[in-house]
Design a protein around this ligand. Structure first.
Ligand SMILES: NC(=O)c1ccc[n+]([C@@H]2O[C@H](COP(=O)([O-])OP(=O)(O)OC[C@H]3O[C@@H](n4cnc5c(N)ncnc54)[C@H](OP(=O)(O)O)[C@@H]3O)[C@@H](O)[C@H]2O)c1
Length: 256
């Protein structure tokens, strides 16, 4: 009987950061602890953290940092923290996102479109991951492989858009795809060891999808744990030579 191939990250050392400790973010951290035991895991929370929370976490535990991706001061603090604490940063997964918040709700028709929802959605879903990449760039390794992955969504695919609606979320995810595809091209020259990957997790039972998933049959609705495991299975197979891909949870390419 042949042994299971070991995870390529099992021997990695350094740091890993999951941005956004929501449903999928938390599940990713649980899976990463098993697959990459040599990496110090970090999770960002949007809310400010008390000093004790920020330093909590002994060996093998997840450490917390505070980051609001819509706030420039917060991003500047991340840049400083990355230089001081996070190098070498081998693995980053951007798992923050917003679909509905306060009066902002996915639009069904043109009359519901408004500027505030676009600004809010683009801030977190579009340029959030790019500004995080900018803040973290100096901590990424030059001499060993690393991954920068971000959770996009299939609805961000222009080629796959058959249903319409959800203007702000859809357009923000499409913009994220373009921004990170452009980043992959730049880093191929400047940080050739870093693989940039856009991932669609599939419909997953989290707070984000809760109001919108009544039509999704259980086999197509993933638990956060299952989604995280599938996403990491896909990510494990990515190498710097494949940087810039937009992949679904099953490893299949999604049209831009
Ligand atoms: N669930 C799905 O079916 C599904 C499908 C396709 C794609 N996705 C994508 O997967 C990712 C993870 O979603 P999820 O399902 O895990 O949703 P979730 O449970 O709602 O988690 C979203 C996370 O984003 C954080 N966030 C929102 N605004 C932020 C900001 N300004 N700064 C920092 N963090 C912020 C939230 O923080 P707070 O807790 O402070 O609000 C929360 O931790 C998102 O990008 C989403 O678009 C999800």
């Amino acid at each position: 009987m042949s042994a299971e191939p070991s995870c390529p990250w099992s021997t990695w050392s350094g740091h890993a950061l999951v941005v956004g400790g929501g449903g999928i973010g938390q599940a990713l951290l649980g899976e990463l602890a098993a697959r990459a035991p040599g990496l110090q895991l970090w999770c960002s929370q949007r809310r400010p953290l008390a000093a004790a929370e920020a330093v909590s976490g002994g060996v093998g535990a997840v450490r917390q940092l505070s980051l609001d991706v819509s706030d420039d001061d917060s991003l500047q603090a991340l840049r400083q923290w990355a230089l001081e604490q996070l190098a070498p940063l081998r693995l980053v997964i951007y798992a923050a996102g917003v679909l509905q918040e306060g009066s902002m709700t996915p639009e069904k028709r043109l009359s519901q479109v408004n500027r505030h929802a676009f600004e809010r959605s683009f801030s977190v879903n579009a340029w959030g991951p790019l500004l995080v990449a900018q803040a973290l760039e100096a901590a990424l390794p030059r001499d060993q492989p690393a991954l920068f992955a971000s959770l996009s969504a299939r609805v961000g695919s222009i080629g796959d858009n058959r249903l319409g609606g959800w203007y702000a979320y859809r357009a923000a995810k499409a913009a994220q795809n373009q921004l990170l595809s452009t980043l992959a091209i730049e880093w191929r020259r400047r940080l050739p060891q870093v693989c940039v990957t856009l991932l669609h997790p599939g419909t997953t039972a989290t707070a984000l999808s809760a109001p919108f998933r009544s039509a999704v049959a259980p086999p197509q609705l993933f638990s956060p744990e299952r989604a995280a495991s599938q996403l990491l299975d896909v990510l494990e197979r990515q190498t710097p030579a494949e940087s810039g891909r937009f992949l679904a949870w099953d490893g299949r390419e999604i049209p831009w």
